[in-house]
Design a protein around this ligand. Structure first.
Ligand SMILES: NC(=O)c1ccc[n+]([C@@H]2O[C@H](COP(=O)([O-])OP(=O)(O)OC[C@H]3O[C@@H](n4cnc5c(N)ncnc54)[C@H](OP(=O)(O)O)[C@@H]3O)[C@@H](O)[C@H]2O)c1
Length: 282
């Protein structure tokens, strides 16, 4: 495993397990399998509605809490009651602090929520704080307004949309770019791009491993999601080979700026209005 040093001095494993759309026993088992195979970074969110199951996995995984890096996200409808929301997530996950707390979407009382995040850092209830799905301009606004700078921005990122300008900006500010949908949600078109297939053959790796290696080499933190034990093991087995500059250039040729998921204002307003009972999950 390789690590980033975040702008608060904390270490973060570059690769973590994504847990979106994995529920119940699958989520519990995925966490146990991941940790037993060397993962130390787990990405969670209240909106994934699987925190209790992920928490059971954390409790069963056999590694002390302090060796894990756990990301918790707060949903927009909770921005006016961050403390209650965070305490609920911690209770369901069976933890008493987050390694990284994120604002999940840029809508609602984002600045009030960030003030609460700063208080949680001061109280030792969150180590680092960051943003999810915010734009460059929105990140810049947080940098100019607040005492604690975001440590990380997580966004959709893969060879079709590497967002290099944003990556350069974040790098210049000492903010880590973390890639969600790193595999385009296992889109066959992406996994079967001729350049990805050729490199997989060249390095005796799978197309997914080539993609994950590309993420790590461009400086992304990466969160492949999986509930399949074979895939979970495969996805962390990427630290024994290195793509050349020429390989990286070829993959760069896939950049079309195409995102799988574009967030519209209407979608964000729906997110703000969505207030489920987060405890209503298995
Ligand atoms: N902040 C945000 O707004 C946001 C948004 C979306 C996602 N995320 C985070 O990012 C994580 C990753 O996104 P994602 O899970 O949606 O997409 P992804 O990681 O790009 O793709 C996940 C899909 O790839 C498959 N897969 C994984 N490893 C594979 C392998 N080695 N070979 C073949 N197929 C493989 C998985 O199926 P199997 O289960 O069968 O392996 C699953 O269908 C999420 O889990 C979540 O933690 C964050």
């Amino acid at each position: 495993m390789e690590y980033f040093t975040l702008n608060n001095g904390q270490n973060m494993p570059v690769l973590g397990l994504g847990t979106l759309r994995i529920f119940g026993k699958d989520a519990e088992d995925a966490v146990v399998c991941a940790v037993q195979n060397g993962y130390r970074h787990i990405d969670t969110a209240s909106s994934y509605q699987n925190e209790k199951a992920v928490g059971r996995g954390i409790a069963k995984c056999g590694v002390p809490r302090e060796e894990l890096f756990i990301t918790v996200k707060v949903w927009p409808s909770d921005y006016t009651r961050v403390r209650t929301a965070v305490e609920g997530s911690y209770r369901r996950l069976g933890i008493d602090y987050a390694d990284l707390l994120l604002l999940h979407h840029p809508v609602g009382d984002v600045y009030g929520a960030w003030e609460s995040f700063e208080e949680l850092v001061d109280e030792g209830k969150a180590k680092a704080i960051g943003l999810s799905n915010f734009s460059k301009e929105q990140v810049a606004e947080f940098i100019s307004r607040f005492r604690i700078k975001p440590a990380l921005l997580t966004i959709e990122n893969h060879p079709y949309a590497p967002q290099n300008e944003l990556r350069e900006y974040l790098k210049s500010e000492g903010i880590v770019l973390e890639a969600w949908y790193p595999l385009g949600h296992a889109d066959h078109k992406l996994l079967e791009e001729p350049v990805i297939l050729e490199l997989a053959e060249k390095y005796h790796k799978s197309p997914v491993q080539v993609l994950l290696r590309w993420h790590v080499q461009i400086g992304n933190s990466v969160l492949p999601g999986s509930k399949n034990p074979v895939h979970i093991k495969e996805n962390i087995d990427i630290f024994d080979f290195c793509l050349t500059e020429e390989d990286m250039k070829q993959i760069a040729g896939l950049d079309s700026g195409t995102l799988y998921k574009e967030f519209t204002d209407a979608m964000r307003q729906r997110y703000l209005a969505w207030e489920p009972d987060w405890d209503d999950q298995e």
